[in-house]
Design a protein around this ligand. Structure first.
Ligand SMILES: C[S@@+](CC[C@H](N)C(=O)[O-])C[C@H]1O[C@@H](n2cnc3c(N)ncnc32)[C@H](O)[C@@H]1O
Length: 182
């Protein structure tokens, strides 16, 4: 890998979340030292967003244009809920996430979609992305093969066909799926 490719990988690849906030702080310091000439840097915009959230006591952020998720990362402790919308598929597919899959019909006032649980589709979608997502599925005891729930064996086979090598375990009624360590 050449130096340019390494730099691009550092700036936009998986290490970006570790590196970019420091770059933003440095950018801000340089901008401030130079008398705030030119367009405000990212850290300044982050401060504006946080300020308006605090002033208006808002706990939900809706952002259009996710790009590399810098704003989301910077304000993750400011909002209880963040919705971010990105048009570019290669951008919105990047970034591993923790999925808590608990959307299913559960009687009472709960919604009943075409399927009582869309779990097969959900897993196919999640693992269609090459990123090392981690998935937790609630109500492991429902995976009996009855109704729309796959049995545990079927779930294992499905996961093997979607992404060989995933580690699947279950305890405390929660199914846990992740990449092998290392
Ligand atoms: C300036 S960047 C966003 C930067 C980001 N908000 C941040 O703070 O780091 C603009 C992003 O908007 C995306 N974009 C372009 N057209 C869009 C659209 N119509 N809807 C949503 N996102 C769009 C681009 O792919 C790009 O990732």
């Amino acid at each position: 890998m050449g130096v340019n490719r390494v730099m691009r990988w550092m700036a936009t690849g998986p290490p970006a979340f570790a590196v970019r906030p420091s770059l933003h702080r440095a950018e801000f310091a340089i901008w401030a030292v130079r008398g705030r000439q030119g367009p405000p840097p990212h850290a300044f915009k982050e401060a504006i967003v946080k300020d308006y959230a605090a002033r208006n006591r808002l706990e939900t952020l809706v952002e259009t244009g996710t790009y590399l998720g810098d704003m989301v990362w910077a304000v993750r402790h400011t909002f209880r809920e963040i919705h971010t919308i990105e048009l570019d598929a290669s951008l919105y597919r990047r970034g591993p996430a923790l999925f808590w899959l608990d959307g299913h019909y559960s009687g009472g006032i709960t919604a009943r979609g075409e399927l009582d649980t869309p779990i097969r589709k959900e897993l196919s979608r999640v693992f269609a992305s090459p990123w090392p997502h981690v998935v937790l599925i609630d109500d492991a005891s429902d995976f009996t093969g009855r109704g729309d729930y796959p049995a545990v064996d079927e779930l294992d086979a499905l996961l093997r066909s979607i992404r060989p090598g995933l580690v699947v375990s279950s305890s405390d009624n929660v199914i846990r799926i992740h990449q092998p360590p290392g």
